[in-house]
Write a protein that binds this ligand. Structure first.
Ligand code: AKG
Ligand code: MN
Length: 200
């Protein structure tokens, strides 16, 4: 993609760009503290084989009113943008020439919190979606697995880093944030997305 000066980290079938320290450590510290304190963190339950289990992380969903999103079988209504989430959106839109209308925030309280293997391929995201993912707090490993070739690679995501997923990545690759025993502190991840509002 011509707007990036970065190199594609993916060997094939999609595009993945990493900008280390998109926010400086000082800026990232300020954002991290604000997000911990001010976002409306929710513990979601997931129905699995007829039983409810707690999702192993806290989440919060913000964005434009019409950007509601079906995720894990539940309709998520976004809360109105907070000042900080809007500032970040403006920075990303300027860099990527995007028009993000929502953000999913994940809080991994410690190394026991995680996200299972998935692709962000919901119909509302459209074909070849652009997703901008920011990391704050503890370093955690994000693992990509190719669906056909089983090719696998890992990226360490650090405080202030920006990761951009685009092109056919979501068609061919899945990603996960595995549990870890060696990371004890909290991490916040924000994924900015453009939800195409499907009329139902
Ligand atoms: O926490 C991360 O870095 C990954 C989050 C993610 O994949 C998602 O929210 O869809
Ligand atoms: Mn994802």
């Amino acid at each position: 993609m011509s707007i990036f000066q970065f190199e594609n980290c993916l060997p094939f079938d999609g595009e993945l760009y990493l900008q280390r320290a998109f926010y400086s450590p000082e800026q990232a510290d300020t954002y991290f503290e604000k997000f911990v304190e001010t976002l409306d963190w929710q513990q979601e339950q997931l129905r699995l084989y007829g039983r409810y289990i707690s999702v192993p992380r806290l989440i919060a969903w913000y964005g434009d009113r019409e950007a509601h999103y079906r995720y894990s079988g539940v309709d998520h209504m976004p809360k109105p943008w907070t000042q900080e989430l809007l500032h970040v959106k403006i920075d990303l839109d300027a860099l990527l020439k995007s028009n993000f209308n929502s953000v999913l925030a994940n809080l991994y309280r410690d190394g026991r919190d995680s996200m299972g293997c998935h692709a962000d391929n919901e119909p509302e995201l459209g074909a070849n979606p652009l997703i901008a993912s920011l990391s704050f707090g503890e370093t955690r490993l994000l693992r990509f697995r190719h669906q056909q070739t089983k090719h696998k690679f890992d990226i360490d995501l650090k405080h202030g880093d920006l990761l951009i997923m685009v092109g056919t990545l979501q068609e061919h690759w899945r990603h996960e944030l595995p549990k870890t025993l060696s990371h004890k502190h909290a991490r916040i991840n924000l994924t900015y997305r453009q939800i195409n509002c499907l009329q139902s």
